[in-house]
Ligand binder design. Sequence first.
Ligand SMILES: *Cc1c(COP(=O)(O)O)cnc(C)c1O
Length: 240
Amino acid sequence: MSLDADIAENLNAVRARIGAAARRAGRQPDEITLIAVSKTFGTDHVRAAWDAGQPDFGENKVQEALQKISETPDIPIRWHLIGHLQTNKARRAALPFRCIHSVDSLELLRKIDDAAVEGGATPDILVQVDLAGETAKFGAPADAARRVVDAALGCRAARLAGLMLLPPWSDDQEQTRPWFARLRELREAWIAGGVPRDGLRHLSMGMSHDFEAAVEEGATMVRVGTAIFGKRTPATVTGA
Ligand SMILES: *Cc1c(COP(=O)(O)O)cnc(C)c1O
């Protein structure tokens, strides 16, 4: 089969699985935004997915994303930055991305907001929470994440939209499910504690191997790469 047909078929299968998981949890399928994670793949893959009706794409590296954005000026893709963002790249990320999922410090938040004010953009911000205390990974522990949430409510241009989670890796979604439930519980506790619900409306959680559990536990955004575009190989990796 052709690249276009493969990607269209994979997208349909993922959408069907999201819909089934949503219905199992008594949710509406349209409450969940599928983000097609195109990292390491070229814009031929992005265009094939777009042509199959996919509007949201995720990238984890600013440089690689900017390259693809510059190669697709003719299509109004909603780009999401899902990977770690260094503070010295915040300026370049504030304008092209509709949503930045990886805000995990006050300094990063301020830099994004300053750049957004200057450039006239209003990016959505998700605060990345590290629930497992994985110090080698990014994300802020819950108490620090709460401080970022509170600060984000006072931003001038950046808009707080929710929380993001990258749980300890397991290929068994029953192992990651409890982390998804904990992020939802944290969100509910913060809303009960006074954070406006609208500012925490999104939970970005779930990848190719566990997005169904994530949807059952309340995800509103799932970030799916492999199940749409196939396995990433080192040879397809570009940028930094
Ligand atoms: C790569 C990546 C994904 C997608 O992973 P797949 O297993 O290919 O679906 C999701 N989230 C983040 C933060 C990623 O870096």
